[in-house]
Design a protein around this ligand. Structure first.
Ligand code: AVJ
Length: 400
């Protein structure tokens, strides 16, 4: 299968040529940017539905590459690594969890999800299998948009239910790992002969902005945004609120939101899930440093760091740390940044919040995302909430 990568900028302009090889992207894109005619209406993405006009069933757009090129003020890496510098500069060091997910990190996460101690994936998959038909029946035909699609294991459960319900199959996977995205799309297209796919290599932020600006698809106007796996638990409280506001703004009244949340439970179960006996979580955690080495010409020596994870009961969250075993200095060359670590200094690499069903249900309603149906397992370990975007209430401006 020949891959066709299309790049679009923030305003939805197509920048690249078909059949671009990934390692050539940056140079080619720069060249294209220079000879790009200003604001040609025929280049608008919305006017080029990939299925009907080009006879294609898929398109993958790299919003990250496109947005990086957008800023003329800083070098590509400087722009991109600002969050890394900010995290390492802080009194209490931290790094954004999105840096877990290079190709290796996505692979390691798949391994985590199969560990005996790591109950969330298995539990959510079981709930999804039981509820997928009800979800398909409730939403009717819709575009399935998934934030953080990874290897799309859970999407398959939904797609099969929509297929069984004779709904048209339209999937919009979004992931920061281009490799994971391409591999999963390639597989899905083979498994579902009628499926059409629009993949986005993107952060959630950028993707939600893009989704908010898309006019309704004439064939399948209803959208279902899926955010599974309790990845929402990675957000700090203010980021969580901003995120719900963005989802709400991206959806039109009548659209759906399917949210997976890991529920509060016994501490021993939680801590075991993030300190597995095979050490896969430890490897996943430290892989972030390898990713930073690769991405920003860093010299983190992984054997000088170790993994730890504890449950913070006050904040109802797992906190995962990378601890420095020695006093050391690490340089990230392409960011022109040097960080010092003291012996036993801890860097927070992830928080994984654990939720309360009724509290979360109330919060969703406050963002015009009232819960229509709640699905859970018999132990109440994990919750799957199907919400429907309501019409704006008095005092809140409708943006669509
Ligand atoms: C993918 C964010 C849901 O928080 O449980 C697994 C990531 N980190 N083991 C989680 C993770 C360590 C996972 N999420």
């Amino acid at each position: 299968m020949v891959w066709r990568t299309i790049l679009i900028d923030n305003r939805g302009y197509v920048l690249s040529l078909p059949n671009l090889l990934e390692d050539q992207l940056e140079n080619r894109l720069e060249a294209r940017l220079e000879d790009r005619p200003e604001d040609r209406p025929e280049d608008r993405l919305e006017d080029r539905p990939e299925d009907s006009q080009h006879g294609q069933r898929w398109v993958i757009k790299d919003l990250l590459a496109a947005s990086r090129q957008h800023s003329a003020t800083a070098t590509l890496e400087k722009q991109e690594g600002q969050d890394v510098i900010a995290g390492l500069c802080a009194e209490a060091k931290s790094l954004p969890p999105k840096y877990f997910y290079d190709a290796r990190g996505s692979e390691l996460f798949d391994q985590i999800s199969e560990l005996s101690e790591y109950y969330p994936t298995r539990t959510e998959v079981a709930i999804l299998k039981q509820s997928a038909d009800a979800i398909a029946h409730t939403t009717g035909p819709c575009q399935i948009i998934e934030l953080g699609s990874g290897s799309a294991t859970k999407a398959r459960i939904l797609l099969s239910a929509y297929e069984a319900a004779n709904h048209p199959l339209r999937y919009v996977p979004i992931d920061v790992s281009g490799t994971a995205l391409k591999e999963s799309v390639q597989q899905l297209l083979q498994e579902y002969p009628t499926l059409s796919v629009q993949g986005l290599v993107s952060t959630y932020e950028l993707a939600l902005t893009q989704i908010a600006s898309q006019p309704p698809n004439s064939q399948i106007p209803t959208r279902l945004i899926c955010f599974l796996g309790s990845t929402i638990g990675n957000f700090k409280p203010h980021e969580y609120e901003q995120f719900l506001a963005k989802v709400s703004a991206a959806l039109r009244p009548g659209d759906y939101f399917l949210l997976g949340i890991d529920l509060q439970k016994e501490v021993s179960l939680l801590e075991a899930a993030y300190n597995d006996s095979l050490g896969v979580t430890a490897e996943f955690n430290l892989n972030m440093l390898r990713h930073l080495n690769h991405r920003f010409e860093g010299n983190f020596n992984l054997s000088n760091f170790s993994h730890s994870a504890i449950y913070n009961a006050q904040k109802h969250q797992i906190e995962m740390y990378i601890e420095s075993l020695v006093s050391q200095t690490v340089e990230l060359k392409s960011l022109s940044y040097t960080a010092h670590f003291a012996t036993q200094e801890k860097l927070l690499s992830e928080v994984s919040r654990k939720f309360n069903l009724s509290e979360t249900t109330q919060q969703l309603a406050a963002y015009q995302l009232p819960v229509l149906k709640t699905f859970t397992d018999e132990k109440q370990w994990f919750g799957l909430l199907l919400c429907q975007r309501s019409a704006a209430t008095a005092g809140i401006t409708e943006e669509m």
